[in-house]
Design a binder for this molecule. Structure first.
Ligand SMILES: N[C@H](CCC[C@H](N)C(=O)O)C(=O)O
Length: 257
């Protein structure tokens, strides 16, 4: 089976052109094996590109544990780059994902992806919590370098206010008037990833409303730099939310498992 591998700020994905709809999408063990870093290709998730009658393409995203996930922002940017590489569009695209319609534009370096509107920033237990296509708890810290992201993130991910679905957990340090450093524990990968697109989006919106961080927000992650721009309406709703940064193909292969 032919596959591609893409990464966006170090969040990496097995990408499959499944316009023929022949990939066994309900085989969770197979997807988990393909994403395994020792026994498979190795990735934080697997993404199928399928046809859709009303859009340029449809995105179907699976976490590394093989289960179909909620929206993936970096995966969304990567599948846009993939669709562009397949010549499915020029300049601007419109596609459908699990959380609805997205538009995106590409340049040589960056993919700018329009994210879903965010109605409100709430609280869950004593954590700032919001849904940017995926659920995210946001915790602010002054010393992100020495935060134990895996241990602390895992404890919150499985904690009572978020059960049974769980949440992704972002640790956020403000580094400037309009800059953040963000590290994320991702559910479904059950580890810290190098970057999480819906996570940095959540961090930017939460930091804007809680700390007054200026828009557009520049974000450093372990895997590189992203930008989040947005508009906030008088009723508090965030619209025109864009996640912007690099996404590229890193290899092409064929797997036998
Ligand atoms: N890496 C993804 C998030 C995947 C979401 C997933 N971990 C979940 O909520 O189950 C991103 O760039 O937004």
């Amino acid at each position: 089976m032919p596959f591609f591998k893409y990464q966006g700020t170090g969040n990496d994905f097995v990408m499959i052109d499944d316009r023929s709809e022949t990939f066994p999408a309900s085989d969770q063990a197979l997807i988990e094996r393909l994403c395994h870093r020792r026994f498979g290709i190795g990735a934080d998730g697997l993404i199928l590109l399928r046809n859709d009658p009303d859009y340029d393409f449809r995105m179907i995203y699976f976490n590394a544990d093989g289960a179909e996930g909620s929206m993936c922002g970096n995966g969304g940017r990567c599948i846009v780059r993939f669709a562009h590489d397949l010549n499915l569009f020029e300049g601007q695209t419109r596609f459908i994902a699990v959380d609805g319609e997205h538009t995106a534009t590409v340049t040589d370096n960056d993919v700018s992806l329009k994210m879903s509107d965010v109605a409100a920033i709430g609280e869950q237990g004593n954590h700032v919590f919001l849904n940017t296509g995926s659920p995210h708890a946001v915790l602010f810290t002054d010393d992100l370098e020495s935060t134990d992201v895996v241990a602390e993130g895992r404890a919150i991910r499985y904690s009572e206010p978020f059960s049974p679905g769980g949440t992704n957990v972002n640790f956020v340090q403000q580094t400037d008037q309009s800059s953040l450093y963000v590290r994320t524990y991702e559910r479904g990968v059950e580890d810290e990833t190098y970057s999480c697109g819906t996570g940095v989006t959540a961090a930017a919106l939460a930091a804007h409303s809680q700390l007054g961080v200026a828009e557009p927000v520049a974000i450093r992650t372990l895997g590189g730099n992203l930008r989040v721009s947005f508009n906030q309406k008088p009723d508090g709703t965030f619209t025109d939310v864009y996640l912007i940064g690099p996404a590229r193909r890193v290899f092409t292969g064929s797997c036998t498992i």
